[in-house]
Design a protein around this ligand. Structure first.
Ligand SMILES: O=C(O)CCC(=O)/C=C/C=C(\O)C(=O)O
Ligand SMILES: [Fe+2]
Length: 313
């Protein structure tokens, strides 16, 4: 018995519904996202497997795994996203963890995973709400240094795909994040003590969260006005990434080092790991074809914003 598998990868942004990117960009992004939603509606997934990052909302340095599969999860509701539980099919998540471990990838498991906009936003955009379909969330650390090699994200994806192939279900694989971008996410070793405490273990109060969200909005406005120390977006790199994914040339990502990507794509370009894992998962179920690609650099959101869909052939 085999599954039917489709893929949608998309950038997310805390500023997606908050900052005005200009009328033309808004229309283009909304159209791309509506088309992705229609693609998902038509596929009618029985299960969604989503690879996404976290931005110190759920995973902090008290214990920072490179990868974690959630067998039970809820969304924190940051940056205007929905809060509340996901509908995680526990036995599927348990079996997935077992299968990935069997493939010699030492993935962590959480029975109480907290997700942020990095996972909840694509679920809302593509499915209508975070609880609309059964979903297994897979966290890929993409911001908290040190990061392991890209190859491991590809291998994780492969192992997940091999499991997905056995389910005899319609499975949508989602990757969330990227592409080039350098949003103001603090770094443990350079952060002030109070911020470092947050990165390690501390929760924000609602007022602190609100202040932080305003700071991220302000950073986007500065960036859009060209008055920012953040690294520029890199459309050349982003197009190269999209071309490699569409060509199924996933091994090439093994050559991208963390340092090189950081220098050319900014501190959060590593969210592309979720795209690599998602494509590797799809590829593990058979050959695939990319059916749509949207890309536009959006300074007001501090991100090279992309959306792609793909199907098994
Ligand atoms: O709230 C924080 O401290 C982290 C800031 C943050 O969440 C920024 C996130 C940016 C993205 O998710 C992105 O552009 O990918
Ligand atoms: Fe992000």
């Amino acid at each position: 018995m085999a599954s039917q598998v489709a893929l949608c990868c998309m950038s997310h942004s805390p500023l997606l519904h908050r900052a005005d990117p200009g009328a033309e960009t808004r229309k283009a992004v909304d159209t791309a996202l509506a088309e992705a939603r229609a693609f998902v509606d038509e596929f009618d997934p029985e299960l969604v497997v989503i690879f996404g990052p976290d931005h110190y909302a759920g995973f902090r340095y008290r214990l920072m795994p490179p990868f974690c599969i959630g067998a039970s999860a809820s969304a924190i509701g940051d940056y205007g996203t929905e809060s509340g539980p996901l509908d995680v099919p526990q036995h599927v998540a348990d079996d997935l963890v077992g299968s990935v471990l069997e493939a010699e990838l030492d993935v962590a498991m959480s029975e109480r995973m907290t997700i942020d906009h990095g996972i909840s936003q694509p679920l809302e955009v593509l499915l209508g709400s975070i609880g609309a379909r059964p979903v297994v969330p897979i966290f890929i650390n993409s911001v908290a240094a040190p990061l392991g090699p890209m190859r491991r994200a590809r291998l994780l994806g492969e192992a997940v795909g091999e499991f997905v192939a056995t389910l005899d279900k319609r499975v949508l694989i989602v990757g969330s994040g990227g592409l080039s971008h350098d949003p103001p996410v603090p770094k443990l070793r350079t952060a002030e003590a109070e911020v470092a405490e947050y990165l390690i273990d501390k929760q924000r109060t609602p007022a602190e969260q609100q202040r932080r969200e305003q700071q991220v909005y302000d950073a986007g406005q500065e960036f859009a006005q060209g008055a920012s120390g953040l690294k520029p977006l890199n459309p050349n790199l982003d197009n190269e990434i999209l071309d490699l994914l569409a060509a199924g040339d996933l091994h090439r990502f093994d050559e991208f080092t963390v340092e090189w990507l950081d220098a050319h794509g900014g501190g959060s370009v590593h969210e592309v790991r979720t795209w690599v894992a998602a494509h590797a998962a799809l590829a593990a179920t058979g050959p695939y074809r990319t059916t749509s690609t949207f890309y536009e650099p959006v300074p007001a959101w501090i991100v090279g914003f992309a959306v792609t869909t793909a199907v098994s052939t």
